[in-house]
Design a protein around this ligand. Sequence first.
Ligand SMILES: NC(=O)c1ccc[n+]([C@@H]2O[C@H](COP(=O)([O-])OP(=O)(O)OC[C@H]3O[C@@H](n4cnc5c(N)ncnc54)[C@H](O)[C@@H]3O)[C@@H](O)[C@H]2O)c1
Length: 438
Amino acid sequence: MAVKICVVGLGYLGSTHAVSMANLGHDVIGIDLDSAKVNLLNAGRVSFYEPGLESSLQESLSRGLVRFQTSFKMAETPDVVFVCVGTPESASHKSADTSHVFSAGESLTNVISRDTVVVGKSTVPVGTAALLRERMSAVAGLPVHLAWNPEFLREGTALEDSLNPDRIVIGSWDDYSSQKLKEVYKPILDRGTPLVEVDVPTAELVKVAANAFLATKVSFINAMAEVAEVSGADAVELAKAIGYDDRIGNKFLRNGIGFGGGCLPKDIRGFVARAEELGVGEAVSFLRDVDAINQRRRAWVVTLAEQELGELKDRKILMLGLSFKPETDDMRDSPALDIALRLARAGAKVTVHDPVALHALGDKHPELIGEQDLSAAAMDQELVILGTEWSEYKSIDPASFGDLVANKLIIDGRNVLDVASWQAAGWRLIALGRNVHN
Ligand SMILES: NC(=O)c1ccc[n+]([C@@H]2O[C@H](COP(=O)([O-])OP(=O)(O)OC[C@H]3O[C@@H](n4cnc5c(N)ncnc54)[C@H](O)[C@@H]3O)[C@@H](O)[C@H]2O)c1
C-alpha cells in the first residue's frame, strides 16, 4: 500500500531516496531549502551525476508519484518523514555538524501529527537521535515517533543500492515506528532482503562503524604499500594473496592514493570526536592512523613527482580524474583533486581532466587548468598521474597517448593500468606499492 512519504534534504542521499521511494509506489514529497535544486528536480534533472537516477526521476514525475518544494507546508500530513540532510565535518575539523538535522527537525514539528514517524537517514554521532526526539517532542508538544534507518548506498550505483540493499537496518524505540518502516520497505523485504532490527543507538553506530571498517581496510593495504615500497615487495600481489582468504576478502584491498568523498573521511573523524566525548577515545584512536595513512599517500605522490621532475615550478602535469571515485562527479575530499591542488601549490602547471566532474570544478580552483578533451589535455605534459580509475583511462592506448606527451612518465595512483603494455610502449610507469618501475 502506498505510504505518504516526505524526504527532507535532497542531496546525493535524499534525491536518490525520494526517487527510490516513488519507485516502490509511494507518494513522495521532497523538501530542500535550496530552490535551485528543487526547481531542477521538478524539471526532471538532478544536480549531480548519478547513472540512471534522472531517467527514474522523470518516470516518477510523469506518474505523479513525486514532487519537490522548498516549503515544509504540506496539504496532507505525511505518514513517514525521512531526514536526509547533510552532516558535514564541523569547522573545527573534528566532530560531525548536526545543526542541519536539528533545524530540519524543528521545521518538521509544525507539520507532523501524533501518527507521523520521523526517520533519520543522515549519518550522525551516536546519541543524536535521542536528543532530536527530546527536542522535537518538546517543541511539537506531543511524543514524536522517531526511528533511525542508516543508508548504505554508494555513489555511482546509488539507485541500484537503494532499491536492492544488502540489508535494511531499522533502529526504533517503539513497535509502531518499526512496523511503519517495514510497510515502506515491504517490496524490498518481500524479496528476502535481510532485516536487522536494533535499538536506536546501534542503528546510529552501524553506519559509522561500517565506514570506519572500510576506511581501515583501505588504509591497511596502503600501509602495506608503504612497507612494500621500501622492501622491494609488491602490494598488489600481496593483496591478491591475502584476499583469497575469505575472512579477509579482496574488496577494498587495492592500494593507491586512498579514500575520499563526502562520507568516509568525515565519518571517521566524527567517530573519533564522538568517542572522545563519550570518554572512550582510545577505543577508536587507531582511526587517526587510518586517516594519517590516507593523507600520507597523497603527499607521497607529490614526493614522487618531485623525485622524477625535480623542482616542480612550471612543470607540466596532467591529473587524470577529479572525482573521488568513478561514476560520480562528487569531488568532496577527492584524493585526485587534493593531489592536483598540492602540485599546483608547489608551482606546477596542472591540467585536470575528468569525464564528468569538470563542470563541478566551476571557478573554485583557478590554479587548475580544466580540459575536457583527453588528447588536448595530454599535449606536451611532462608527467601524467592517474587519480581516478574511470574506465576511459583504463582503456587508453599507451602508444598513441605517448605520441601526445612531452615525457612518457606516468604515476598510476589506482593500480589499474597494465604495466607491461605501458612499459612496452616506452613509458616509465610508477605503480604505487609495486616494485615494477622501469
Ligand atoms: N552521499 C552518500 O553517498 C551518502 C550515503 C549514505 C549516507 N550519507 C549521509 O547522508 C547525509 C546527506 O549526505 P549527502 O551526501 O546527501 O549530502 P548533501 O550535502 O549532498 O545534501 C544535503 C542536502 O540537505 C539540504 N538541507 C540542509 N539543511 C536542510 C534543512 N534544514 N531543510 C531541508 N534541507 C536541508 C541541503 O540543501 C542539501 O541539499 C549525510 O549525513 C551523509 O553522511 C550520504
